[in-house]
Design a protein around this ligand. Structure first.
Ligand SMILES: Cc1cc2nc3c(=O)[nH]c(=O)nc-3n(C[C@H](O)[C@H](O)[C@H](O)COP(=O)(O)O)c2cc1C
Length: 238
């Protein structure tokens, strides 16, 4: 390995999904035996129950679950604003709705709007400081085409594909290899913020998309000449 090359970059390359290793990925899922799935630790001492709180956060968390069936109803601008407020910099760019190691904020949000008031057929970038959106592409991929590039089964038409794009250099330049962990943890926190936002709403539903074809989506967002890392997607529908 070259001196200036990070293991994190190698790890990223090794974990990327494209048309060449998709079959291998599918095979791994097919051969996985869920009967052997370990979901908790079974320690020799039985746990003692503790009180559970009826906090507002817990009420939302209790409602959170993934949905993969959507109606064809258009998403209003009001609800688009609600979805994207999950990533808003409420207290300035260094203090957003989710934490980030050293406030490096590697996460940038792009969306493919399939069926959204005023924005259908466009790719947008979310500005977390202004709570505003910029169109980055006018002729975005349609839902019918996008469906095949997500590797999951969806019924109906979601409104929006939120794509979490990580500019990892921001954190690697400060923390070195350990920054790679921090980048993924930050994206996870942002994903949770969105999933709770969706859970709280009576109308919205959604699901994470772990099997996106990284390079395809990077090109679709017109980021192919940048060091952007497509990390995960989240489909929002109703
Ligand atoms: C990192 C990550 C990737 C995921 N990828 C997919 C996916 O590609 N397809 C899918 O149907 N669900 C995906 N999910 C959703 C999980 O299947 C779901 O969260 C899990 O089964 C628990 O169910 P619940 O969210 O309904 O509670 C993903 C979740 C996470 C956190």
């Amino acid at each position: 390995m070259e001196d200036d090359e990070l293991y994190f970059d190698k790890f990223w390359e090794a974990s990327s999904l494209d048309k060449f290793n998709l079959e291998q990925f599918a095979q791994s899922l097919n051969t996985y035996d869920s009967d052997d799935k370990e979901l908790t630790l079974e320690l020799p001492i039985k746990p003692v129950s503790i009180p559970i709180s009826s906090s507002a956060t817990n009420k939302i968390a209790k409602k959170r679950k993934s949905s993969r069936e959507f109606s064809n109803r258009e998403l209003s601008i009001k609800n688009l604003g609600r979805v994207l407020s999950s990533f808003y910099a409420w207290n300035g760019l260094e203090h957003r709705a989710y934490p980030s190691a050293g406030a490096t904020y590697v996460n940038e949000i792009f969306c493919v709007a399939f069926n959204v008031e005023n924005y259908s057929g466009k790719i947008i970038y979310y500005d977390p400081e202004l709570h505003g959106i910029t169109i980055v592409k006018d002729n975005a991929i349609s839902w019918a085409e996008a469906k095949d590039k997500l590797n999951m089964n969806i019924e109906g038409e979601p409104n929006l594909l939120v794509i979490f794009v990580s500019f990892t250099e921001r954190v690697l330049s400060k923390y070195g290899e350990r920054g790679g962990r921090f980048a993924l943890l930050e994206i996870g926190a942002a994903l949770q913020q969105l999933s709770l936002q969706v859970a709280e709403s009576k109308r919205l539903k959604g699901v994470a998309v772990g099997g996106m074809l990284d390079n395809f989506w990077k090109r679709e967002l017109k980021l192919d000449r940048t060091d952007a890392h497509i990390t995960i997607g989240y489909l929002v529908g109703q």
